[in-house]
Design a protein around this ligand. Structure first.
Ligand code: ZN
Length: 157
């Protein structure tokens, strides 16, 4: 599977549909997403980035010194149910927008509801980097990209 790229790509700009049922195909898709995310050294990946408009994303935090750490998340049909008033700014990039970076201001803490990869309903609280990854990926599921949320986009090659 290949990554879909480009800020005006139609699939990336289309809101995704909820997953109705966790079929073997969905489980296989999640496996592919996990593999691809790690292959590209990403910390999150949403199904539209693989050309599929379904509400699924994977995420895992990463630090340069320690590599992938903490829990691996595969979440379906996520809904943010609470956002903190307090925000913070952090530089973001995206595997679908190679070489582009920009500072994005987002709520620092969020609470979300979703299904896990087994179809269990989960409620998660996240802060810091993980909250940011979740918000970035949920944006993808709504057809939004981080460049829509920043005034200045830098190009680094
Ligand atoms: Zn992205």
């Amino acid at each position: 599977m290949e990554l879909v790229t480009g800020k005006d790509n139609e699939i990336l700009r289309t809101p995704s549909q909820p997953v109705e049922k966790i079929t073997p195909e969905i489980r296989e898709l999640i496996r592919q997403m996990k593999k691809l995310m790690k292959q590209y050294g990403g910390i999150g990946l949403a199904a539209p980035q693989l050309g599929i408009n379904l509400q699924i994303f994977v995420a895992q935090a990463y630090s340069q010194e320690r590599g992938y750490q903490g829990k691996f998340y595969a979440l379906l049909n996520p809904k943010i149910i609470n956002l903190s008033q307090q925000t913070e700014k952090m530089e973001e990039g995206c595997l679908s927008l190679p070489h582009l970076y920009g500072e994005v201001e987002r709520p620092k803490r969020i609470v979300l509801e979703a299904l896990d990869e087994f179809g269990n309903k989960v409620k998660l609280k996240a802060s810091g980097l993980l909250a940011r990854i979740f918000q970035h990926e949920i944006d993808h599921l709504n057809g939004k990209l981080f460049i829509d949320r920043t005034k200045r986009v830098k190009e680094l090659k």
